[in-house]
Design a protein around this ligand. Structure first.
Ligand code: BES
Ligand code: MN
Ligand code: ZN
Length: 511
């Protein structure tokens, strides 16, 4: 599904001949919760002759974050429909928090499916905060309006098409910074939507060879250098972890590497993005229970985010060199599958004793991280749907974050800025002790299959594959990578595209 077109306007919102117009609505706690139209809505409020907030209140609006209230305008303004989106309490500064705007705009644009052209008259301030606020609004609009195309064979008579065109009201439509935000949002929006599409594809349509082909096709003409290692090449080059997991499937594994090198920068910083690309995780011989297993089609969300982020990087052209490593395999039980008890020699030469074939993510990632280090990365930022323990510890919205101090702080701060929270977690020595193997260098899980500190075991294991001196972060997105509930804010059902925007922000912060 293609992304809606974006344009900036600075004409009076009340005079815009669009299908619908979105305004913000605050509540004023100091005034008994009375409603206050957000900045940007002044001329619309004026056209309603002082009756806008009372009419919205009559329709049940309270200004609560994300609440959407539709109002027919009956000729008061040029657009036939006003949509008021709650932005919470009146802000103390010049604009509401970016994340409130991002979520509110997402909810409003999604509620407007069926309207072809929508204008956004939201509070973009006239000061230095403007680019950040505009960025939040544009991202919210592009992501909230996402819908996976799906596979229905019959036309849906009541289907309301996602919004096709967005006109965003700003104080000055000719402003260069605002124009740059539009260009950036188009690249970022496209990347997040692509990551969502890949995650939402059924696992029979996106096995490792097809996933690799899809990434290569998407990278065509982007300027990225592309390398794809197939099963034979992976075996020959010693990628023991990827081979072990991939050998149980008839659809063989792949390691895809995408590289971006900035032009005209002398010895740029080298950053590696690494993603877990298990196109389906049955658990393998340590097979998972049936309930919910289908959701393991999302076990490639990390690789999807890395691939999509690389495409955005190719367009945004930061001044750092970035390579993406997508470790793809299908974790299946079969006569050729790897077994509990196997000892596997990984890409960096370390030997791993397998205890549970369902801990497959760390096997493919250990190899990919070691390869990134061998390529000379100074920062390794890795994202994976690694452990159910992450979901237990931090829930469905906040990722688990482990690694070296500098990289953890980089990702924590970046995630905070973009509304993709990641929470720092420790790498305790006793967890490493619990992973001692009698016969190999390390066990893949706790050697007694003790699940205590389950998420941390993943981080402690992956650390073994990071070369000395390399700053590294492991982002466990088992919860935030996939949204199984109803759409909320700019999160639609299914793949979320987390942590594409965190990775892009982190790259910006390193540039
Ligand atoms: N892909 C799963 C983790 C997962 C669980 C992601 C729920 C998203 C939602 C991973 O490969 C896995 O199976 N992890 C095991 C690790 C254990 C065997 C050490 C788990 O979480 O139980
Ligand atoms: Mn697993
Ligand atoms: Zn998995």
């Amino acid at each position: 599904m293609s992304q809606p077109s974006l344009s900036l306007v600075d004409t009076d919102p009340a005079e815009l001949a669009v299908d619908a117009i979105v305004i913000g609505l605050h509540s004023q706690p100091d005034d008994g919760g009375a409603l206050l139209p957000a900045a940007g809505a002044e001329s619309i409020a004026a056209a309603f002759d002082g009756k806008l907030t009372s009419t919205l209140a009559l329709l049940g609006a309270s200004g609560a974050p994300g609440e959407v209230t539709k109002l027919a305008t009956l000729g008061t303004i040029a657009a036939p429909l006003v949509v008021a989106v709650g932005l919470g309490d009146e802000p103390s500064g010049s604009a509401p928090e970016p994340e409130k705007l991002r979520r509110g705009t997402g909810a409003a644009v999604r509620a407007l499916a069926g309207s072809g052209t929508v204008a956004l008259a939201l509070p973009v301030p006239d000061d230095g905060d403007a680019p950040g606020v505009l960025r939040a609004i544009l991202e919210g609009a592009l992501l909230g309006g996402y819908k996976f195309a799906g596979y229905k064979t019959k036309a849906q008579p009541n289907r309301r098409e996602p919004v096709a065109a967005l006109r965003v009201h700003v104080p000055d439509a000719g402003d260069a910074a605002a124009g740059a935000e539009v260009a950036r949002a188009e690249s970022v929006g496209r990347a997040v939507r692509l990551a969502r599409d890949w995650v939402n594809m059924p696992p029979n349509q996106l096995r490792p060879p097809q996933f690799a082909e899809a990434v290569v096709a998407a990278a065509q003409g982007s300027g990225l250098e592309v390398e794809v290692l197939d099963f034979e090449q992976l075996k020959a080059a010693g990628y023991g972890g990827i081979v072990a997991v991939g050998q149980g499937s008839e659809a063989p594994p792949r390691l895809v590497r995408l590289s971006y090198v900035p032009e005209g920068v002398d010895s740029p910083r080298k950053v590696a993005l690494v993603g877990k690309g298990i196109t389906f995780d049955t658990g393998g011989i340590s097979i998972k229970p049936t309930a919910g297993m289908w959701e393991m089609k999302s076990d490639m969300a990390g690789a999807a985010a890395v691939g999509a982020a690389m495409l955005a990087i190719a367009a945004l052209k930061p001044s750092v060199a970035v390579s993406g490593y997508l470790a793809m395999a299908e974790n299946m039980p079969s006569g050729s599958a790897y077994r509990p008890g196997d000892v596997i020699t990984m890409f960096n030469g370390k030997r791993v004793e397998v205890f549970n074939t369902d801990a497959e993510g760390r096997m493919v990632l250990g190899d990919a991280i070691a390869r990134a280090c061998a390529d000379g990365a100074e920062y390794v930022l890795e994202a994976s749907t690694l452990t159910g323990g992450q979901v237990i510890a931090l829930g469905k919205r906040i990722a688990g974050l482990m690694g070296s101090d500098a990289a953890v702080e980089l990702i924590r701060a970046a995630g905070d800025k973009v509304g993709e929270q990641a929470w720092p977690m420790p790498l305790p020595e006793e967890v490493r002790k619990g992973m001692e193997s009698d016969i190999a260098d390390i066990c893949q899980t706790n050697s007694n299959l003790d699940r205590a500190g389950h998420m941390l075991q993943g981080g402690v294991f992956l650390r073994e594959f990071v070369a000395d001196g390399v700053e590294w972060a492991h982002i466990d997105i088992a919860g935030p990578g996939y949204h199984s509930g109803e759409a909320t804010g700019y999160w639609t059902k299914g793949g979320t595209g987390v942590p594409v925007r965190t990775l892009l922000q982190a790259i910006d912060d390193l540039a």
